[in-house]
Design a protein around this ligand. Structure first.
Ligand SMILES: Cc1ncc(C[n+]2csc(CCOP(=O)(O)OP(=O)(O)O)c2C)c(N)n1
Ligand SMILES: [Mg+2]
Length: 272
């Protein structure tokens, strides 16, 4: 836990110096969840994590150099410097910044384990701000119905990054899981031993289960920009150059506008 804390404190310091590539989200305050859960996992288990994934990654792999170089955008990074802070991959580990998108992924791996008769669990860490994402509930429904070896770890820090969750969430988190018949293990603690004890009980259950860890976040909610993450100024101070136009199109595509452009073009073509 101390190692994860120091790693991220250094990271935030480096961010301030402009040494990092893109966005970074620290899990400062939440380290115990990662350590307590991962302590129970073995080689057969898979972990899926979200935008706040450094603690989960370090607890799982211990690969601090691979992570640091990744966030610095260097080829030595675990994903060749392309994934950055949020999009990491290692044996038995994957993280993705698309909120809620990892829950169907994790359920899919759980299904693969079940169908192949393989051992192991699929464990997915999500935040309370992700409880508004519809894909999460499709996955919970099937995971419960098919009794998949899926463990959802909800890290409830009361925030959706920088928005109080009270401003976005109706009802209770627990009810969202019990509605699908999932067993809920819940704890209000940042004590790693307490969480590990409950995590052990949750992970020992057959079928889909959730561990709701009510925690606190001491980190700056997120830090954006850095060496390679800044789009060109818009509107431009002068007539845009061709490279500027190319960069805007690239950013539009990266931010999801590409799908819109493509679908417009496809629709136009099909209308003709
Ligand atoms: C599909 C999608 N919508 C919006 C975002 C932008 N976004 C990044 S983090 C975040 C809030 C996340 O809240 P939570 O899951 O509670 O995690 P926390 O930041 O509190 O750790 C949002 C809305 C995103 N990454 N993905
Ligand atoms: Mg949150």
């Amino acid at each position: 836990m101390r190692f994860i804390r120091r790693f991220e404190e250094l990271l935030l310091d480096m961010f301030d110096q402009g040494l990092l590539n893109g966005t970074t989200h620290a899990c400062i305050g939440q380290e115990a969840d990662a350590v307590a859960v991962v302590d129970h996992l073995g080689d057969d288990d898979h972990i899926f994590s979200n935008h706040r994934c450094h603690g989960h990654f370090l607890a799982r792999t211990g690969d601090a150099l691979g992570l640091m170089t990744e966030i610095m955008g260097k080829p030595e990074g675990v994903c060749g410097g392309i994934g950055g802070s949020q999009h990491l991959h290692a044996p038995g580990f994957m993280s993705n910044g698309v909120q809620g998108g990892i829950v169907p992924n994790a359920a899919g791996i759980a299904l693969a384990k079940q169908l192949s008769g393989g051992a192991g669990l699929s464990v997915v860490f999500i935040g309370d701000g992700t409880l508004g994402e519809g894909a999460t509930y499709e996955a919970l429904n099937l995971a419960s119905l098919w009794k998949l070896p899926l463990v959802v770890v909800l890290e409830d820090n009361g925030w959706a990054q920088s928005t109080p969750s009270s401003a976005t969430l109706a009802g209770s988190a627990r009810d969202r899981f019990t509605a699908f018949g999932l067993a809920v293990f819940e704890i209000d603690s940042t004590d790693v031993q307490d969480i590990a004890l409950l995590a052990g009980r949750a992970l020992a259950r057959n079928g889909a289960v959730t561990l709701n860890a009510n925690t606190v976040s001491f980190a700056a909610c997120g830090a954006t920009a850095g060496a390679g993450g800044v789009p060109p100024p818009f509107p431009p101070a002068s007539v845009p150059t061709l490279p500027d136009l190319a960069k805007w199109v690239l950013f539009a595509v990266l931010l999801g506008g590409g799908g819109y452009l493509v679908s417009r073009r496809t629709r136009a073509a099909s209308n003709n």
